[in-house]
Design a protein around this ligand. Structure first.
Ligand SMILES: [Fe+2]
Length: 355
C-alpha cells in the first residue's frame, strides 16, 4: 500500500506509481546515478514475478525508481510501464547479477518441467528464456555455469521439438513476435529449421538430433567478441570485420573442451560459413564443391543458417522472400545435392505456407 495515498498498485514498493514519480532524486544523486546505473533490456523483467532489485526508468531525463526491490511484476505492470513510455530501464551495476540469477533460475525451472503442460506454451517460454540467457552468455562466454545451463536446456529442447513437429510453425511465429535482437534469435531460428528438415528426412536418430542441435545453436558464440550495438550499424571498421570473419574459429576456441561435442562437430562449426562466404564470390562456372571437403552435415547447417538469416529482418535491411532464399540455395547445392535440395524446398514450402 502506498505510504502517501494508500493505493495498492505498488504495494511492495511502499509507494504508488504517482508518488514514485513525485519523488525524484536530487541533482547530486542524479549525477552519481549516471555512473552507477547500467541499462537493461525491457525483456529482462519478463517472466519474473517480483523484481530482484530496484529498477530505474528515466522521466524527462531524470532517473526514478519504477520498480522497487521485491515489487510485484505482473502483465498489468509491464503494460503500464510501456504505456508510460518507461521501456528504457536501468539497474545498479552491482545489482545486474541478481537479474541474471533470477532469469537463470527461470530457465532451469522451465527446462525441468518442459514436458508438463501445453507443449506450445512451454516451448514458447523455454525458447524465450533460452534466448534471453544466451544474451548473458555472450556478455561472458567464459562463464561455465551459463554455458552448462544453456547446454542442458538446448538438449531438452532438441528432443522435445524433434518429437513435436506439429508445433514448429506456431512456435516460429511466437518467437518472431518477441523481437529478440537478431544476434540472439538467429541461433534458435536456424536450429529450428535444421531440426524440421532432419525430422522430414527420417535419416537421424535421437543422439544425432541432440548433437546437431547443439552444433547449430552454439556455432555463432564467437560473435560475442563484437559488442551487440555494432551489429545494428551498416558500417563496421576493418578491425570489427576481421573479428566478425573469425567468429567460426572463435566459437571453436570458446567451446573446445567445454561442450559435449565430438571433433567432427567442432569442424562443422569451424566451417559453417563455407556456403555463405561462397555467396559473395559465387562463380557458377567454378565446379569446386565445398561439400566434398567439408561434408554433408556442414552443408545442411550452413544452408539452414542462410535461409533463417535471409528470411528475417535486420536493422540495416528487410527480409528477403523465401523464393529468393531458396533460389540462392539452389545455386549453392542444387547440382551436388538434388535430392536434399528437393527435401529442403518441400520442407520450407510447407512450413511457410501457414506462417
Ligand atoms: Fe555464423
Amino acid at each position: 500500500m502506498c505510504l502517501f495515498c494508500g493505493s495498492f498498485f505498488y504495494q511492495k514498493a511502499k509507494l504508488c506509481y504517482y508518488h514514485i514519480m513525485k519523488n525524484p532524486f536530487d541533482i547530486l544523486e542524479q549525477n552519481s546515478l549516471n555512473f552507477k546505473l547500467t541499462p537493461i533490456s525491457f525483456r529482462e523483467i519478463f517472466f519474473i514475478s517480483e523484481s530482484p532489485c530496484d529498477v530505474y526508468g528515466q522521466v524527462d531525463g531524470l532517473f526514478k525508481i519504477v520498480l522497487f526491490k521485491k515489487a510485484e511484476i505482473s502483465n498489468a505492470i509491464l503494460k503500464d510501464l510501456l504505456h508510460k513510455k518507461l521501456a528504457n530501464l536501468f539497474v545498479m551495476e552491482d545489482d545486474r547479477f541478481q537479474l541474471r540469477i533470477a532469469q537463470q533460475e527461470n530457465l532451469r525451472n522451465v527446462t525441468r518441467s518442459l514436458s508438463i503442460g501445453d507443449p506450445l506454451e512451454k516451448a514458447r517460454l523455454q525458447t524465450n528464456l533460452l534466448t534471453l540467457n544466451l544474451n548473458y552468455l555472450y556478455e561472458d562466454p567464459t562463464d561455465d555455469n551459463l554455458l552448462n545451463l544453456q547446454v542442458q536446456s538446448a538438449k531438452n529442447l532438441a528432443t522435445f521439438l524433434y518429437n513435436k513437429p506439429q508445433i514448429h510453425e506456431a512456435l516460429y511465429k511466437e518467437f518472431i513476435k518477441q523481437g529478440h535482437h537478431y544476434i540472439f534469435a538467429q541461433p534458435f531460428l536456424s536450429t529450428l529449421f535444421l531440426i524440421g528438415v532432419m525430422k522430414n528426412s527420417r535419416m537421424y536418430i535421437d543422439k544425432d538430433i541432440e548433437l546437431f542441435f547443439l552444433t547449430s545453436y552454439f556455432k555463432d558464440i564467437g560473435m560475442s567478441a563484437i559488442p551487440v550495438e555494432k551489429y545494428n550499424q551498416d558500417y563496421l571498421d576493418d578491425e570489427d570485420k576481421k573479428l566478425l570473419a573469425s567468429h567460426p574459429q572463435l566459437s571453436v576456441n570458446i567451446l573446445k573442451g567445454r561442450l559435449p561435442l565430438p571433433p567432427n562437430h567442432l569442424r562443422i562449426i569451424e566451417n559453417h560459413h563455407i556456403y555463405s562466404t561462397l555467396t559473395q564470390r559465387l562463380n557458377l562456372a567454378d565446379k569446386d564443391d565445398p561439400s566434398t571437403i567439408f561434408g554433408f552435415e556442414t552443408m545442411m547447417i550452413s544452408v539452414m543458417d542462410t535461409v533463417a538469416a535471409m528470411t528475417t529482418d535486420r536493422p540495416f535491411r528487410k527480409a528477403e522472400s523465401l523464393f529468393k532464399s531458396l533460389d540462392l540455395i539452389r545455386l549453392l547445392i542444387g547440382e551436388q545435392y538434388p535430392q536434399e535440395f528437393k527435401l529442403i524446398v518441400f520442407y520450407f514450402k510447407n512450413f511457410f505456407k501457414s506462417v
